[in-house]
Write a protein that binds this ligand. Sequence first.
Ligand SMILES: Cc1ncc(C[n+]2csc(CCOP(=O)(O)OP(=O)(O)O)c2C)c(N)n1
Ligand code: SF4
Length: 254
Amino acid sequence: MSKQIAGKPESMSPVVTHYCPGCSHGVVHRLVAEVLDELGLREQTVGVASVGCSVLAYNYFETDFVQAPHGRAPAVATGVKRANPNACVFTYQGDGDMAAIGTSEVIHAAVRGEKITCIMYNNSIYGMTGGQMSPTTLMGAVTATTPYGRGPEAGMPYRMAEILATTPGAAYVARTHVADVGNIVKTKRAIKKAFELQMKGVGFTMVEVLGNCPTNWGLTPSESNKYVTGEMLPYFPLGELKDVTKEVPAGVHA
Ligand SMILES: Cc1ncc(C[n+]2csc(CCOP(=O)(O)OP(=O)(O)O)c2C)c(N)n1
Ligand code: SF4
């Protein structure tokens, strides 16, 4: 008799997602679900879905979920966490949701040191609405709203993780990618650390995950993963940008 050695995490619903073939949104969902299983947090978790391709995230997790208006997930998560301090509360947002319409919400949540985890899937484009430029679209990139390539009139793409890492309330901020297996494993580690620090009440935690959008980039899944590593990585460096557990207390020399 064959023995099952791999299956869906308990925190993931047994359904087929609506994501395009080759899209990494599903990979990141799975990592979140695996982490919730490993930390035994499923029954006390409340996810906050945003607006974008991941708007249906509430159908994919076996946890409680709330749907927030576009960009407002960190504000909704703040309310959920303050009302339920023992809950594990996370948002799942695109770069359009967090870095465009929701810039203010996430920065103020970080400044306040809200004990939540915000996950930003950065595919450098508005995926759901047909591939318009987002704040993280690379210079020169052709999108539905930049047919000649993003130019200086739109300003430079900005780095959400670096911005959040400068806020005093942030406890942990990291940027990872999921374009190859080794980095999928590293992304899981970062998400796990963020959830652990949230549950220890250390402060605001955020993981920016560089992901693909083969459909709106007009690339195959494999080409789109090469775009992540070849084009996005030089502008969006990986790493733990803030980890208060590693900081040396004032007056102590490392
Ligand atoms: C208030 C409001 N403004 C605009 C929209 C249209 N809209 C829906 S999704 C979206 C962008 C989503 O892009 P992103 O957050 O990067 O997620 P992705 O779809 O790429 O995963 C926009 C502009 C909306 N739904 N509500
Ligand atoms: S449009 Fe892009 S981000 Fe959205 S599901 Fe398809 S590939 Fe993924």
